[in-house]
Design a protein. Sequence first.
Length: 289
Amino acid sequence: MAAAFGIERVGVVGGGQMGGGVAEVMAKAGLPTVVREINAESAEKSQAGIERSLAKALERGKLDENAHAAALANLSYTTEMADLADCDLVVEAVVEAFDLKAQIFADLDAVLDSSEAILATNTSSIPIIDIAMSTTRPEQVIGMHFFNPATVMKLVEVIPSVRTDASVTERITGFTTEVINKTVVAAQDRAGFVVNMLLVPYLLAAMKMYEAGYATAEDIDAGMKLGAAHPMGPLELSDMIGLDTMMLVGETLFEEYGDASYLPSPLLKRMVAAGHLGRKSGQGFYDYR
Ligand code: 3HC
């Protein structure tokens, strides 16, 4: 039987919290998935994170023993881009740095065997067209924006650029809905798409409120959890997203729209400079050590 939407084997470039989550989602949907990391240490860390999450899913009854074993068997890890050659879909999920993404897409363009292969980026704010133009096949490049934690969050924003082939958008929309069972929101290729355009200024405003000494971190978070029924307050959510990511997304949105509400506050910049990146570094607005 032909693979659904022509996608039989998936590659994920960057196995951090987003890429690891995306790889886990693919593997659980029955797709052989190869995660490419920059070095052996990062690849091991990625594998350990995914395996921890799969173990949690088993423990919570989200997966049975067979599905857990099948997901593990679907996953492999590499440091070589060439090991992605036979993938039909590659999702890039590295940090929000244009030059790095452009290089990765140029490399993927060179190694992918199939002319039908789709190159997707999980960028939250960089224009898809800029990334697409670093390849010789911009019609095969699309935005596929997952939300953290990707294993739990039900949404994927699908963002074609002005050069994306309509058949590629259709394949990714069908695949996301029917194979990995997420809800698709279609967005235009503008920085922030739908969700971050609304969410990021709110999170940055909470940081500015905290920095001004207007309320404590705990009270700001409690305010939004108990007063607006959000599952997490803005500062704990920023810690989960990663403060380096928050800063980069804010800067990209500012560059696109020139609106000062997107600018990272001095405190955010200082926290990032100090290596206080939120949960992943053990310290952010809260202490996780
Ligand atoms: N695998 C599968 N399922 C899992 C899991 C795993 N590893 N870990 C947890 N789950 C399931 C749990 O079983 C539970 O399912 P249930 O509701 O059916 O029982 C559900 O996920 C919630 O898990 P927990 O009970 O452990 O945790 P909480 O109830 O505390 O919820 C949370 C955690 C889902 C993170 C919730 O706090 C939340 O939704 N927070 C907001 C997240 C958010 O806004 N994300 C978007 C960030 S923006 C972004 O990513 C864009 C980027 O570009 C910046």
